[in-house]
Write a protein that binds this ligand. Structure first.
Ligand SMILES: [Fe+2]
Ligand SMILES: [Fe+2]
Length: 273
């Protein structure tokens, strides 16, 4: 039986350039990967325009897979008065909610809205949002893979960037780990970073693995910046392992550039005698 798969697309920034060849190749790749769910982790549009939301939704729906879309900081108005009075109006015209949940026997995904009207670039989560994750995961079927998606990143990026990680990120990450998240994915910074908590945390004994991910961008609004990779992630969920695949757009085609394996559950991948 093929493993359960999830594809993560982030930062589409629809509205910057028309690139039908990228979109056509994306449809083929997603068709091949055949994921249970496609997660779109924010900045679906570049300027929150009506036509851009329509195009982004058309592209995502053309993948013909179940979708979980959450907003990014580019998906709200730029004008200060509109930011507060009609923050998510355009997003909600094409998507049913800003914090969707996907539930199946094998997979539970909580989408979280980390966009704040008073922050231009930064993001934050409230305690109630994390409590919602904990409740949702507590009710998840036994053995289901528990995943969280939000726009603002928790991991620092390799290239210099002015974009800060989510507010109170240590608290947020700790709370999501405590809530039972096995995978936390975000975007915003357009650079891929993937690691498991035991690579950066002192952990007592056999704790449950949590893999934390920042995605490359699918769109490339500032291609002259070195720190702006174009790519996507695919995740394969096994009983005791999680495989994270990074695809990048190279010379007009999608290329697999990283294939990482992480433990799932409490056991490490291997013990060395
Ligand atoms: Fe972005
Ligand atoms: Fe962003």
């Amino acid at each position: 039986m093929p493993p359960l798969r999830v594809v993560q697309l982030s930062d589409l920034h629809v509205g910057t350039r028309e690139e039908p060849e990228v979109e056509d190749a994306l449809r083929s790749l997603v068709g091949e990967l055949d994921p249970e769910l496609v997660v779109a982790s924010g900045d679906l549009t570049h300027r929150n325009r009506t036509g851009q939301h329509d195009r982004a939704a058309r592209l995502l729906r053309s993948l013909e897979r179940p979708l979980l879309a959450i907003p990014g900081n580019h998906d709200i108005p730029r004008a200060p008065w509109l930011r507060f009075t009609s923050t998510f109006d355009e997003f909600l015209r094409v998507w049913p909610e800003t914090e969707p949940t996907h539930r199946s026997e094998g997979l539970v995904v909580c989408g979280l809205n980390s966009v704040r009207a008073w922050k231009q670039q930064g993001g934050a989560l409230r305690r109630a949002q994390i409590d919602h994750v904990a409740r949702t995961f507590a009710e998840a079927p036994e053995g289901a893979f528990r995943m969280v998606a939000l726009h603002h990143h928790l991991l620092g990026a390799p290239w210099r960037t002015a974009k800060r990680t989510i507010a109170d990120r240590s608290k947020v990450l700790g709370a999501l780990v405590d809530a039972g998240a096995e995978l936390v994915v975000s975007g915003h910074v357009h650079q891929s970073v993937v690691c498991e908590r035991r690579e950066f945390e002192v952990t007592p004994g056999l704790v449950r693995a949590t893999t934390v991910v920042t995605a490359p961008g699918l769109g490339q609004p500032r291609p002259k910046r070195r720190g702006e990779a174009r790519g996507l992630h695919a995740f394969e969920v096994y009983k005791n392992a999680l495989r994270a695949l990074t695809y990048a757009w190279l010379d007009g085609r999608w290329a697999l550039v990283a294939d990482r394996r992480f433990p799932r559950g409490r056991e490490p991948l291997a013990l060395v005698d």
